[in-house]
Design a protein around this ligand. Structure first.
Ligand code: C2E
Ligand code: CA
Ligand code: CA
Length: 694
C-alpha cells in the first residue's frame, strides 16, 4: 500500500511531534506535511495531494474552520479531522455540520489512529458509491433499452433518454404522465393498465414480460419488475423495454428470403413443397379429381441474362408469370422452383386430360413477348406428373414432374408425362452425359458426315450439309438427335460445335488439296453456339488455317433459334456475314417467324422443313405451305432448299413449285468424308431408290 499522506495544520511543533509519535506507535506508515498558514495549506492540497487532513481548530492567522471551508471548496472528498484542544459540544457539532469527518481531542490522542483509519475507510466507501452511482447514471443515459419507473398508479417517475425518445420527441417531458399514455397505442391502453395493476398488486409474478407496439410503431418487449424498497411505501415498478423491431424485420425478411423468390415474388421451391402438401391433403379429401404438378422450364434464361442483362430477363419472366397467373382461377399453386423453372399444381380429371390441358397452357407461354419493341420467344419444356391418391407423396409428385421435365428437355419434346420408365431413361442419360464429357477430350469419337444438296432441275451438286455423328464405344454410331440436346443442356455445345467446325474445315482443305472442286458446305449452329461470343473468332481462325474462301462456308441456324431474339440475331448475323460466309435459316416453317425480321436477316437461303415435304403428296395444306414459303422466299430474293426429299413424286411437286435446291435420301444419305470423293469429282448426283440409313 502506498504511504499514507497526512496534511497537518498545526502551529505547535511539539503537538505535531506528539501526533506523529502516536501514529507511528500505532504502526501507521505515513508521510506528514505540516503547514501553518493558508498559503502552505493551499499549496499542500495541490502539490502534496494528501489522503487525509488533520487540523487544529485554533491556528493564528488561519484557523481550522477556514481550512475546512477551503477543503470543501477544493478537495471535498478528502477526509478532514479536527485534532484540537477541547472545544465544547456546541462547536464540535458545528465542525461536523460544516463537513468535518471527525473530531479528536488532543488529550485523547490515543484515539487518533483509529479515527484516521475509520475516516479513510468511510472515504473509500464513499468514493466507491459515487463511482457506482455515476456508472448507473451513464448506463441509464446511454443504454439503448428503455428504462422507466412508475408509481402504483402507473405514473412515470423517471425515464431514461431512450424511453423519452420512444415516447415521442427526445425532450418530451414524460414524467408525470402515465405509462400507457406514453407507450401504448389507443387499442392497447386498457390491457396495459390491467397488466401494470396486476404486477403492482403482486397478482402476476415479478419479471413479467410482454410484447407491445409503441405509439411510434416500434415493437417493444417490456419486462416489469416491482421495486420493493421501503415496505411502507407503495410498490413502484421498473419497466425495461427492448426494441426488437429490427430483429423482427430481419426475421421476417429471412423468412421471406427462405420461402419466396425475390425477383418474381412467387413462392420458392421450399414453400411450394409445403403448399403442395396442404393442397394435396385438402384436395384428396374432396372430389374425385386427381392433382397434376407441372414443371415448366425456360431453357434460355441463363443465356439471356448473360447476354442481355438482368433487366431484360426479369421483364420477360414477369410476362411469363403474368400468363401463368391467368390460369390460377381457384387455389391453384404457382411457384418459382428453380432459376429457370416454375411449378404449378392444379386439379385434373385424370391422366387422360393431360394431353388436352398442357399443350394449351404451353402454347400461351410460347407466344412472343414484346420488350421495348423487341420480340422474344423463349423455348419452353415441361414435365407433368399426376397425383393418384395414396400412391405418391406430394414430394414424390414434385420430383416426378421434374424427372418428366428433364426427359422432355433431353428429347427436345414440348412436354413429357411422368412414367416409371423415365427413371431408367434418366440414369441412361446421366451416363451418356458423363461419356459426352469424356468424348470431348478424345475428339476422334466424333465424325462428320456430309449430305449432298443438288440443283432441283439439273441435279448438279450445289452444296453439302455437315452432320455430326458420335462413334460411341458402347452404343455404336449415334445420331445427333440423341446427343445434341444433351450437349445443349450440359452447356457443352459451344465446345462440341467448335470441334465440328474444325473437323469440317480440315476435311474441306483435304479435298481441295486433292484437287477436288468443293461446293459450299453448311454447318448447323445451335442457339447457344450462335450466341457464344467465341463463334466469330473460331470461324475466322478455322477458315484462315485451312485456307478456305469464306463463301464456301454456310451456317444454318434454325428458324426458332433465330426468332428467340431477332434483334440480336440481326446483329450477330451481320457480323458473321461481314466475314463473307453464307447464312441460311433451317427448319423453316415450324417456328414463329416474324416476316419483317426475316427481311432484315442477311441470309441467302431458307431450308423448307422436312415436316412439309414428308406429307406434301397427301396433305394439301403442306403443299400449300411449301408453295407459299417458296413464293415468299423468292420475293425476298432468297433461295429455297427442300429437306427430306425421299421420293421422285415429292421432287416433282417441289420443282413445280419453283424450289431451287433439294436435299434428301432420294439423292443421297449423309456420307462419311472419304465417300464423297467420287461425288465431288463428278459434280452431279442422280436420284436413286433411297438407301435408307441404318
Ligand atoms: P437438320 O439440320 O434438319 O438435318 C437434317 C436431318 O435430316 C439429318 O438428320 C439428316 O440425316 C436427315 N435427313 C436427310 N435427308 C433425309 C430424308 O430424306 N429423310 C429423312 N427422314 N431424314 C433425312 P441427322 O443427321 O440425324 O441430324 C439431326 C439434326 O441434328 C439436324 O437436323 C440438326 O438439327 C442436328 N445436327 C446435326 N449435326 C449437327 C451439328 O454438327 N451441329 C449442330 N448444332 N446440330 C447438328
Ligand atoms: Ca440443318
Ligand atoms: Ca433441317
Amino acid at each position: 500500500m502506498a504511504l499514507l499522506r497526512i496534511l497537518s495544520l498545526e502551529d505547535l511543533p511539539t503537538d505535531a511531534e506528539l501526533m506523529q509519535h502516536v501514529l507511528r506507535h500505532a504502526g501507521l506508515e505515513f508521510e506528514l506535511r505540516r503547514v501553518i498558514d493558508e498559503a502552505g495549506f493551499r499549496d499542500a492540497l495541490e502539490s502534496f495531494r494528501p489522503d487525509i487532513i488533520l487540523a487544529d481548530y485554533m491556528v493564528p492567522g488561519f484557523n481550522g474552520m477556514e481550512a475546512l471551508a477551503l477543503r470543501n471548496e477544493l478537495r471535498p472528498a478528502i477526509p478532514f479531522l479536527f485534532v484540537s484542544g477541547s472545544l465544547g459540544e456546541e462547536r464540535a457539532v458545528e465542525t461536523l455540520v460544516a463537513g468535518a469527518t471527525d473530531y479528536v481531542i488532543k488529550d485523547r490522542m490515543a484515539r487518533l489512529p483509529s479515527a484516521i483509519l475509520r475516516a479513510l475507510e468511510d472515504a473509500r466507501l464513499m468514493a466507491q458509491m459515487d463511482a457506482e452511482r455515476s456508472l448507473r447514471q451513464v448506463i441509464l443515459e446511454t443504454v439503448v433499452g428503455m428504462i422507466v419507473t412508475v408509481d402504483e398508479h402507473g405514473v412515470i417517475l423517471t425515464a431514461n433518454p431512450s424511453a423519452e425518445r420512444l415516447a415521442g420527441s427526445p425532450d418530451a417531458a414524460i414524467t408525470g404522465r402515465t405509462f400507457w399514455d406514453c407507450y401504448a397505442p389507443d387499442e392497447d391502453i386498457t390491457s396495459c393498465k390491467l397488466k401494470l395493476a396486476a404486477i403492482t398488486r403482486g397478482v402476476i409474478d415479478a419479471e413479467f414480460s410482454w410484447r407491445g407496439v409503441s405509439r411510434t410503431g416500434r415493437t417493444i418487449v417490456w419486462t416489469a419488475a416491482p421495486l420493493r424498497g421501503d415496505p411502507r411505501t407503495a410498490t413502484r415498478l421498473v419497466l425495461c423495454g427492448i426494441d426488437i423491431t429490427d430483429q423482427q424485420q430481419a426475421q421476417e425478411k429471412a423468412y421471406y428470403l427462405d420461402h419466396f423468390d425475390a425477383a418474381t415474388g412467387l413462392p420458392n421451391r421450399k414453400l411450394f413443397l409445403l403448399q403442395l402438401q396442404q393442397y394435396c391433403a385438402a384436395k384428396t379429401t374432396e372430389t374425385g379429381t386427381d392433382i397434376a404438378a407441372l414443371m415448366v422450364c425456360f431453357d434460355r434464361t441463363r443465356e439471356i441474362h448473360d447476354s442481355y442483362g438482368e433487366e431484360v430477363l426479369q421483364q420477360i419472366l414477369a410476362e411469363m408469370v403474368r400468363r401463368m397467373r391467368t390460369w390460377q382461377v381457384q387455389r391453384e399453386l404457382l411457384a418459382r422452383t428453380g432459376e429457370q423453372s416454375f411449378s404449378l399444381a392444379f386439379e385434373i380429371a385424370g391422366e387422360a386430360e393431360v394431353d388436352t390441358v398442357i399443350p394449351y397452357i404451353l402454347k400461351e407461354l410460347h407466344e412472343p413477348v414484346e420488350i421495348n419493341g423487341t420480340s422474344w420467344v423463349l423455348p419452353v419444356h415441361a414435365g407433368v406428373a399426376v397425383f393418384k391418391r395414396g400412391h405418391q407423396t406430394p414430394d414424390e409428385l414434385a420430383l416426378a414432374a421434374e424427372a418428366a421435365l428433364h426427359d422432355a428437355q433431353a428429347r427436345n419434346l414440348l412436354y413429357t408425362c411422368y412414367h416409371p420408365r423415365l427413371a431408367f431413361r434418366m440414369r441412361e442419360r446421366l451416363q451418356l452425359e458423363t461419356e459426352l464429357h469424356q468424348a470431348l477430350q478424345r475428339p476422334d469419337q466424333f465424325a462428320v458426315y456430309f449430305q449432298p444438296q443438288v440443283d432441283a432441275r439439273n441435279h448438279s451438286l450445289t452444296g453439302l450439309e455437315a452432320l455430326v455423328r458420335w462413334r460411341h464405344p458402347r452404343l455404336g454410331l449415334m445420331l445427333p438427335g440423341h446427343f445434341i440436346p444433351l450437349a445443349e443442356m450440359a452447356g457443352l455445345m459451344p465446345q462440341l460445335g467448335h470441334l465440328i467446325l474444325k473437323a469440317v474445315c480440315r476435311q474441306m482443305r483435304e479435298w481441295r488439296t486433292a484437287g477436288l472442286t468443293v461446293p459450299t458446305v453448311a454447318i448447323n449452329i445451335s442457339a447457344t453456339e450462335f450466341a457464344a461470343p467465341a463463334l466469330f473468332d473460331n470461324i475466322r481462325a478455322a477458315l484462315r488455317e485451312n485456307e478456305i474462301p469464306p463463301e464456301l462456308l454456310e451456317l444454318e441456324l434454325t428458324e426458332s433459334a433465330s426468332m428467340q431474339n431477332p434483334d440480336a440475331t440481326v446483329t450477330i448475323m451481320n457480323r458473321l456475314h461481314s466475314l463473307g460466309i453464307r447464312l441460311s435459316i433451317d427448319d423453316f416453317g415450324t417456328g414463329y417467324s416474324n416476316l419483317s425480321y426475316l427481311k432484315k436477316f442477311p441470309v441467302d437461303r431458307l431450308k423448307l422443313d422436312q415436316a412439309f415435304v414428308r406429307d406434301i403428296l397427301v396433305d394439301p395444306d403442306d403443299l400449300a405451305i411449301s408453295q407459299a414459303v417458296i413464293a415468299m422466299a423468292h420475293q425476298l430474293r432468297l433461295e429455297v432448299v427442300a429437306e427430306g426429299v425421299e421420293a421422285v413424286e415429292q421432287l416433282d411437286l417441289l420443282v413445280k413449285a419453283g424450289c431451287d435446291g433439294i436435299q434428301g435420301y432420294l439423292f443421297s444419305i449423309p456420307l462419311p468424308g472419304e465417300s464423297c470423293v467420287a461425288l465431288l469429282r463428278s459434280g452431279v448426283v442422280s436420284p436413286t431408290t433411297p438407301v435408307l440409313p441404318a
